[in-house]
Design a binder for this molecule. Structure first.
Ligand code: SF4
Ligand code: FES
Length: 252
């Protein structure tokens, strides 16, 4: 494809913070072609801006057909996970200056999921696995008249896994998931962990049985890709190991 060049920014050459950066983006439009292909866009951008800002510049000023998801732009909604320079990251949390802007910055959709258009993948199987582990508090008995109390120690037990923003960076970096999309994947296990180890919840056994399935937690090969990929710093592999241990000991 041709290389569009954007150079509309007025700059005072000496003081300008702008540099020229090439974004090499994996593009796919099922209405036009069966094959994805790379397209280069060269723009002027402040290296202190984020990859998401670069994608916005391209979409708004060069090619409005460029398609990607984003919402909060501040690392909270989890909608802009993508493969940037070969690594899963949130575009809104990745500064241009931190990823060697002297070379083309590659941007691709996350792996292991069907690409719908450009950087947008079908997240439905991912969210189905999430729903399957019952990611909500299950209790029996009458509604309490006040909050359900929990000690600081009991809360600490699952604090790490409450931080998940369902971005899928972990699941889509997992080689087991690449080979077999039936695997529940790290994110679903992280969200099961969040409730299994919650002292107020009563469905831990049920969730463990769901993850005892052939596509469940035993498929994990402890490659640590998930932990490396998580933009929230969650110790994903550790959480998976704790769920495995709970399955063996039935103590949680
Ligand atoms: S565990 Fe981390 S990488 Fe995985 S979905 Fe949650 S926030 Fe994203
Ligand atoms: S746009 Fe919400 S996490 Fe990046």
């Amino acid at each position: 494809m041709a290389t569009p060049v954007l150079d509309k920014v007025e700059k005072d050459s000496a003081a300008s913070p702008y540099i020229t950066v090439t974004f090499r983006i994996r593009r796919f439009n099922p209405e036009v072609t069966d094959e994805a292909q790379w397209q280069d866009f060269t723009i002027e951008i402040d290296p202190k801006e984020r990859v998401l800002d670069g994608l916005h510049k391209i979409k708004w000023d060069v090619d409005g057909s460029l398609t990607f998801r984003r919402s909060c732009a501040h690392g909270i909604c989890g909608s802009d996970a993508m493969r940037i320079n070969g690594k899963n990251r949130l575009a809104c949390k990745t500064l241009i200056k931190d990823i060697n802007p002297e070379k083309p910055i590659t941007v691709e959709p996350i792996k292991g999921m069907t690409v719908l258009k450009d950087l947008v993948v079908d997240m439905e199987p991912f969210f189905q696995a999430y729903r399957d582990v019952m990611p909500f508090l299950v209790t029996s008995g009458n509604e309490p008249t006040r909050e359900r109390l929990q000690s600081a120690e009991d809360r600490e037990r699952f604090d790490d896994t409450t931080k998940c923003i369902l971005c899928a960076a972990c699941t889509s970096s997992c080689p087991v998931f690449w080979n077999d999309g039936q695997y529940f994947g790290p994110a679903a296990i992280v969200n099961a962990h969040r409730f299994i180890f919650d002292s107020r919840d009563e469905a831990g056994e049920q969730r463990l049985e769901i993850l005892n399935d052939k596509d469940g937690v035993w498929r994990c090969r402890t490659t640590f890709n998930c932990t490396d990929a998580c933009p929230r710093g969650i110790e994903v592999t550790k959480a998976i190991a704790e769920v495995k241990r709970a399955l063996i000991t039935r103590r949680f």
